[in-house]
Design a protein around this ligand. Structure first.
Ligand code: MN
Length: 167
Protein backbone atom coordinates (compact mmCIF):
# COMPACT_ATOMS: atom_id res chain seq x y z
CA UNK A 1 0.00 0.00 0.00
CA UNK A 2 1.32 3.39 -0.87
CA UNK A 3 -0.01 6.80 -1.78
CA UNK A 4 1.48 7.22 -5.25
CA UNK A 5 -1.87 6.87 -7.06
CA UNK A 6 -3.53 9.28 -4.61
CA UNK A 7 -0.74 11.82 -5.13
CA UNK A 8 -0.60 11.37 -8.93
CA UNK A 9 -4.32 12.06 -9.37
CA UNK A 10 -4.29 15.34 -7.52
CA UNK A 11 -2.82 18.82 -7.78
CA UNK A 12 -2.50 19.96 -4.16
CA UNK A 13 -2.19 23.58 -5.23
CA UNK A 14 -5.76 23.31 -6.57
CA UNK A 15 -7.68 20.84 -4.43
CA UNK A 16 -8.38 21.51 -0.75
CA UNK A 17 -7.91 17.78 0.04
CA UNK A 18 -5.06 16.86 2.40
CA UNK A 19 -1.54 16.22 1.18
CA UNK A 20 -0.15 12.88 2.31
CA UNK A 21 1.61 13.09 5.65
CA UNK A 22 3.51 10.70 7.85
CA UNK A 23 1.27 8.43 9.91
CA UNK A 24 1.02 9.44 13.56
CA UNK A 25 2.87 7.15 15.91
CA UNK A 26 1.09 5.18 18.58
CA UNK A 27 -2.50 5.68 17.54
CA UNK A 28 -4.66 3.90 20.11
CA UNK A 29 -7.51 3.15 17.68
CA UNK A 30 -7.81 2.50 13.99
CA UNK A 31 -9.64 5.14 11.98
CA UNK A 32 -13.02 4.37 10.41
CA UNK A 33 -14.87 6.92 8.31
CA UNK A 34 -17.53 7.06 5.62
CA UNK A 35 -17.61 10.27 3.57
CA UNK A 36 -20.63 11.21 1.48
CA UNK A 37 -19.22 12.32 -1.85
CA UNK A 38 -21.56 14.20 -4.13
CA UNK A 39 -19.45 13.89 -7.28
CA UNK A 40 -20.62 13.04 -10.81
CA UNK A 41 -22.55 10.30 -8.97
CA UNK A 42 -23.41 10.44 -5.28
CA UNK A 43 -21.58 7.69 -3.40
CA UNK A 44 -20.23 6.83 0.02
CA UNK A 45 -16.46 6.46 0.54
CA UNK A 46 -15.62 3.90 3.20
CA UNK A 47 -12.09 4.23 4.59
CA UNK A 48 -10.34 1.98 7.10
CA UNK A 49 -6.89 2.63 8.52
CA UNK A 50 -4.50 -0.16 7.59
CA UNK A 51 -0.69 -0.22 7.48
CA UNK A 52 -0.43 3.55 7.87
CA UNK A 53 -2.90 4.52 5.14
CA UNK A 54 -6.67 4.61 4.69
CA UNK A 55 -7.77 1.64 2.59
CA UNK A 56 -10.73 2.95 0.57
CA UNK A 57 -13.88 1.77 -1.19
CA UNK A 58 -16.59 3.71 -3.03
CA UNK A 59 -20.08 2.45 -2.18
CA UNK A 60 -22.73 3.58 -4.70
CA UNK A 61 -25.70 2.94 -2.36
CA UNK A 62 -26.27 4.06 1.22
CA UNK A 63 -24.71 1.56 3.69
CA UNK A 64 -27.21 0.04 6.11
CA UNK A 65 -27.26 -1.64 9.54
CA UNK A 66 -29.66 -4.36 8.38
CA UNK A 67 -27.94 -7.73 8.60
CA UNK A 68 -27.02 -9.33 5.27
CA UNK A 69 -28.06 -6.40 3.05
CA UNK A 70 -25.08 -6.31 0.72
CA UNK A 71 -23.64 -3.19 -0.81
CA UNK A 72 -21.25 -3.16 -3.74
CA UNK A 73 -17.97 -1.49 -2.69
CA UNK A 74 -15.45 -0.62 -5.38
CA UNK A 75 -11.92 -0.42 -4.01
CA UNK A 76 -10.25 2.88 -4.82
CA UNK A 77 -6.75 4.21 -4.21
CA UNK A 78 -5.41 4.30 -0.66
CA UNK A 79 -5.85 7.70 0.94
CA UNK A 80 -3.51 9.33 3.50
CA UNK A 81 -4.25 9.37 7.21
CA UNK A 82 -5.85 12.70 7.95
CA UNK A 83 -8.29 12.39 5.04
CA UNK A 84 -10.88 11.22 7.57
CA UNK A 85 -11.17 14.85 8.70
CA UNK A 86 -11.69 16.21 5.20
CA UNK A 87 -14.92 17.96 4.31
CA UNK A 88 -15.17 20.48 1.53
CA UNK A 89 -15.59 21.17 -2.13
CA UNK A 90 -13.17 19.72 -4.68
CA UNK A 91 -13.26 22.19 -7.58
CA UNK A 92 -13.93 21.26 -11.20
CA UNK A 93 -12.19 19.85 -13.19
CA UNK A 94 -10.09 18.24 -10.44
CA UNK A 95 -10.29 14.52 -9.73
CA UNK A 96 -13.44 13.73 -7.73
CA UNK A 97 -14.86 17.26 -8.17
CA UNK A 98 -17.85 17.73 -5.86
CA UNK A 99 -18.77 18.04 -2.20
CA UNK A 100 -17.37 15.76 0.52
CA UNK A 101 -19.09 15.49 3.90
CA UNK A 102 -18.40 13.13 6.79
CA UNK A 103 -21.37 10.74 6.94
CA UNK A 104 -20.07 8.55 9.74
CA UNK A 105 -16.87 8.19 11.69
CA UNK A 106 -15.34 6.44 14.62
CA UNK A 107 -12.90 3.60 15.19
CA UNK A 108 -12.77 -0.05 14.26
CA UNK A 109 -11.12 -3.28 15.33
CA UNK A 110 -9.98 -5.86 12.76
CA UNK A 111 -11.33 -9.37 13.36
CA UNK A 112 -10.12 -11.05 10.14
CA UNK A 113 -7.69 -9.59 7.60
CA UNK A 114 -7.33 -12.06 4.73
CA UNK A 115 -6.48 -10.56 1.29
CA UNK A 116 -10.03 -11.22 0.01
CA UNK A 117 -11.97 -11.04 3.26
CA UNK A 118 -11.97 -8.41 5.96
CA UNK A 119 -14.12 -8.66 9.05
CA UNK A 120 -14.21 -5.57 11.24
CA UNK A 121 -15.97 -4.42 14.36
CA UNK A 122 -17.07 -0.87 13.62
CA UNK A 123 -17.78 1.65 16.33
CA UNK A 124 -19.21 4.65 14.52
CA UNK A 125 -22.12 6.97 15.19
CA UNK A 126 -24.32 5.39 12.51
CA UNK A 127 -22.75 2.00 11.86
CA UNK A 128 -21.99 -0.23 14.83
CA UNK A 129 -21.14 -3.88 15.08
CA UNK A 130 -19.52 -6.52 12.90
CA UNK A 131 -19.21 -5.92 9.16
CA UNK A 132 -17.62 -7.97 6.39
CA UNK A 133 -15.88 -6.90 3.20
CA UNK A 134 -15.64 -9.78 0.74
CA UNK A 135 -13.84 -9.46 -2.58
CA UNK A 136 -15.91 -10.64 -5.53
CA UNK A 137 -13.97 -13.06 -7.72
CA UNK A 138 -12.35 -11.37 -10.72
CA UNK A 139 -14.87 -10.72 -13.46
CA UNK A 140 -14.11 -8.72 -16.57
CA UNK A 141 -10.51 -8.35 -15.47
CA UNK A 142 -11.16 -6.37 -12.29
CA UNK A 143 -10.40 -7.35 -8.74
CA UNK A 144 -11.69 -4.08 -7.31
CA UNK A 145 -15.24 -5.20 -6.58
CA UNK A 146 -16.14 -6.12 -2.99
CA UNK A 147 -19.32 -6.57 -1.02
CA UNK A 148 -19.84 -4.70 2.25
CA UNK A 149 -22.47 -5.87 4.72
CA UNK A 150 -23.34 -6.36 8.36
CA UNK A 151 -22.94 -9.85 9.75
CA UNK A 152 -23.96 -11.60 12.91
CA UNK A 153 -21.51 -11.57 15.77
CA UNK A 154 -21.10 -15.29 16.12
CA UNK A 155 -21.44 -16.48 19.67
CA UNK A 156 -18.67 -18.85 20.45
CA UNK A 157 -18.68 -20.97 23.58
CA UNK A 158 -14.95 -20.50 24.06
CA UNK A 159 -15.46 -16.72 24.34
CA UNK A 160 -17.91 -17.04 27.19
CA UNK A 161 -16.80 -16.91 30.81
CA UNK A 162 -16.33 -20.29 32.57
CA UNK A 163 -19.54 -21.83 33.86
CA UNK A 164 -21.72 -20.59 31.01
CA UNK A 165 -20.69 -23.20 28.44
CA UNK A 166 -23.47 -25.25 26.94
CA UNK A 167 -23.33 -28.96 27.86
MN1 MN B 1 -15.32 9.44 -3.74
Amino acid sequence: MDLKEYRDKRDFSKTPEPRPRKPGAGRPNLVYVIQEHDASRLHYDLRLERSGVLQSWAIPKLPVMEQGVKRLAIQTEDHPLGYEDFEGVIPKPEYGAGTVKIWDRGVYTPVETAPDRLVVDIDGRRLKGRFALIRIKAREGTDKAWLFFKIKERERDEDKPPGTKKP
